[in-house]
Ligand binder design. Structure first.
Ligand code: ADP
Ligand code: MG
Length: 728
């Protein structure tokens, strides 16, 4: 199957890109080419020749006049012509010198296949630094080290600069994988699916040319219709986000990242920190930039098939054509859960179908053409759906009923597909061991119909095409900047707190614990107030003696909370007493705290009691090399049991915050359920946006929990908050 659309569509761009020397080399030197059959230096040469590389190959070997019947040269300086790209397959200790030589020879890119660098500890790291310095000096770009290499299947080039064993046909999908092993699995899977491939890159230690750069390059490559990405993390997530956002608007990026288990989640004092885990950031990067994320490599490859061949739908309305009942039911379930709809057909459509279908056919959406339907019946159903204004895509269940001319059905499907009006996916049900059905399958494949063996997979593929439509048309806008905040006041609070500064963290002689990196309650609430985040009326009484005055100022009923540095989850320790209706009750609670918490720094936090609100949580968790994560969800003391929270990368825009509110499991509760009134969502949305601005202004904030935020129909107020500052 050949998915390269037309001859003219191949790379014609006149602009020379820095990475062209890597992906479109006119000449390649293999430094370390070897006659030894089982060696990388041999396999790379063999692969280049076998794949039909159209450029010049220069094996470099000081001892052999030729390697695998190709004239060899003792050094790169003996090569008569220019060299675009060099493979380096020599022991790591010689690499710095070789990179210098490459620089002197004017080689623009080098793939270092050799291992023995940063992955091997300090000594290797030193070698990596040494060759990188040489590369910078001479302007040589490095791919790797400890990597496979690249492949470009462009029929005019056929560059197989890699030591693996899968030789893909030209196609429209380009792959970039940090891990060569996973990259090879993906490439093999695409090969088995007969999808074809455009370019491949697996960059190992990625010390110079990064995944981001490759994604950007693929983004600009006309022959690449979709990108598959596999990574295990990002060296520079900010750079990646910038690139991915731009590229994902132009072409779909399907991605997968391994290492999602909870096992790696770091322990953290706050709810937000522990709920965030270690890996959530990558998922959020994918989401924020519009990358389609997958958990399953097989599914990702299967779905890539639809992206390689089909246009992107303009909306979520799907029409189903089926010649068998059950699979249509399964498909409908999956399509609907992917956000697609099955609109009713127009009167006009029904009229045409009544005239053209078999009498047993069921006319609606799905259109059940029945098993005896032939090519002309399928054709009419397809034409009708293509003409329906309320249909954006077509899903087909096609079982090869032995009593029909199934090849004619297939031919009619591909005829319609050729017009590329709306995307088509097909769940093709057959017995592939029978030659007659192999013919049918080939007709469909050659006609670029993405065929699947299960209705769910076919439906998922269509769901992914629709998701990409949403990605392309989504506009999250810019994060709002509130001008009524008092940044100077917030700065002063943080500075005067001394929290996070090196002196503040030295253990004091009289305390068993090192000084905390948490702000005190007073500092927390003043900081939130500076950013106009609404808080339930509060006072702090330093001594029991001052409690009564504070209570009077607030007015009954009140809540009393024990306030001390060591009390993190107060209610777990009996440090929160709610609904105190008179002074007697208050004083009893004060006494209880004094007896229970024999703490030198015990203070009394008095707050208005706000019964009947819905308890929400908002929080922040700082990230290394990335903006902080903002969390929102159902709060209260059971937050970690319910785990109904969602995250986004700051700064969050209003659109994103609204998405957060509607994407928690209990979203309906916010609107009011079972006779309860809904909450004042606008206030919650504003609080989260203000929180986002606060943490963007003060990157020293490491973790923050507003839990709970009490949400009512007419107002929303924070009643408990905790802020941890990074140690500097
Ligand atoms: P902690 O999280 O340290 O245990 P909180 O201040 O969050 O302490 O209080 C625990 C619970 O007490 C809250 O989840 C909420 O149910 C209740 N609560 C606390 N303050 C108030 C208040 N002002 N009005 C009503 N209920 C409150
Ligand atoms: Mg709390």
């Amino acid at each position: 199957m050949n998915y390269v659309e037309t001859k003219e569509k191949k790379i014609t761009s006149k602009v020379v890109h820095e990475l062209d020397s890597l992906f479109k080399p006119k000449s390649i030197a293999i430094i370390g080419a070897s006659s030894k059959e089982l060696s990388i230096g041999n396999v790379i040469l063999k692969n280049l020749v076998h794949y039909g590389y159209t450029g010049k190959i220069y094996p470099i070997n000081p001892k052999e006049p030729e390697v695998r019947c190709v004239k060899a040269y003792p050094t790169i300086f003996d090569v008569p012509g220019e060299i675009d790209l060099a493979h380096v397959i020599i022991p790591s200790k010689f690499v710095p010198q070789i990179i210098e030589d490459c620089g002197k020879k004017g080689i623009k890119s080098v793939i270092i296949n050799s291992a023995g660098f940063s992955e091997m500890g300090e000594e290797g790291m030193a070698l990596q630094k040494a060759f990188l310095a040489k590369a910078k000096e001479y302007g040589v770009r490095i791919f790797g080290p400890n990597c496979q290499g690249i492949i470009n299947s462009d029929p005019d080039l056929r560059a197989y600069c890699d030591f693996t064993f899968t030789f893909p046909e030209p196609g429209a999908i380009s792959i970039v994988a940090l891990s060569g092993g996973v990259g090879a699995i993906i490439m093999q899977s695409m090969f088995d699916l007969d999808i074809g491939m455009r370019m491949y890159a697996s960059n190992g230690n990625a010390c110079d040319i990064s995944i981001s750069e490759v994604v950007k390059y693929y983004g600009e490559d006309e022959g690449t219709k979709a990108i598959i990405l596999y990574t295990e993390g990002f060296y520079n997530p900010r750079e990646f986000m910038k690139v991915a956002k731009e590229v994902a608007k132009k072409k779909p990026i399907l991605a997968m990242k391994a290492g999602r288990t909870e096992a790696g989640a770091k322990a953290a004092a706050s709810h937000t920190g522990s709920l965030a885990g270690v890996d959530i950031a990558t998922e959020l990067i994918f989401e924020k930039t519009g990358i389609l994320a997958f958990n399953n490599e097989e599914e990702m490859c299967q779905i890539a098939m639809a992206f390689a061949t089909q246009p992107i739908p303009k909306g979520n309305r799907v029409g189903i054509i089926t010649n068998t009942g059950g699979p249509a039911v399964i498909a409908t379930d999956e399509l609907v859960s992917a956000g697609l709809q099955l609109p009713a057909l127009s009167e006009r459509a029904k009229k045409i179908l009544k005239e053209t279908m078999l009498p047993e056919a069921s006319i609606g959406n799905p259109i059940d053409v029945v098993a005896t339907a032939g090519g002309k019946h399928f054709r009419s159903a397809l034409d009708v759906l293509m003409d329906e204004e309320t249909i954006d895509s077509i899903y087909i269940n096609f079982v090869t009923a032995p009593f029909t001319d199934v090849d004619d059905v297939a031919k009619n499907i591909i005829e319609v597909n050729k017009m590329k009006r709306k995307p088509i996916v097909c769940n093709f049900m057959t017995n592939m061991s029978l030659d007659r059905f192999k013919v049918t399958a080939k007709i469909l494949k050659d006609g670029s119909i993405p065929c699947y063996s299960f209705p769910t997979t076919a439906a998922k593929a269509l769901g992914a095409l629709y998701k990409y439509h949403k990605v392309r048309s989504r506009n999250i806008g810019e994060a709002k900047v509130f001008t009524d905040v008092n940044k100077t006041k917030a700065e002063t609070i943080l500075k005067e707190s001394g929290v996070g500064s090196s002196e503040a963290n030295l253990p004091t002689p009289n305390s068993q614990l090192p000084t905390s990196s948490f702000l005190s309650s007073g500092q927390v609430y003043n900081l939130l107030s500076a950013y106009k985040i609404p808080i339930a009326n509060w006072r702090i009484a330093d001594r029991a003696y001052d409690v009564a005055k504070a209570v009077k100022e607030i007015g009954f009923p009140v809540v009393l909370k024990a306030d001390a540095e060591s009390l993190v989850h107060k209610s777990d320790l009996g440090g929160v007493v709610v609904n105190l209706k008179n002074m007697d009750e208050v004083l009893t609670a004060v006494e209880k705290f004094q007896n229970n918490f024999q703490l030198k720094d015990l203070k009394f936090f008095i707050q208005k009691f706000l019964p009947g609100g819905r308890e929400l949580i908002a929080g922040v968790s700082a990230q290394r090399d990335l903006e902080p994560l903002i969390m929102f969800g159902i709060g209260g003391i059971y937050v970690e049991v319910l785990k109904d929270v969602v995250f986004k990368i700051a700064p969050v825009t209003e659109v994103e915050v609204k998405e957060m509110l509607s994407s928690i499991k209990a979203a309906k509760i916010l609107d009011g359920a079972r006779g309860e009134k809904g909450i004042h969502k606008e206030s919650v949305i504003e609080i989260i946006q203000r929180l986002s601005q606060l943490v963007m202004d003060f990157p020293q904030i490491e973790e923050m929990d507003l839990n709970p935020i009490m949400a009512f129909e007419d107002k929303v107020l924070v009643v408990d908050a905790r802020i941890k500052i990074k140690n500097q």
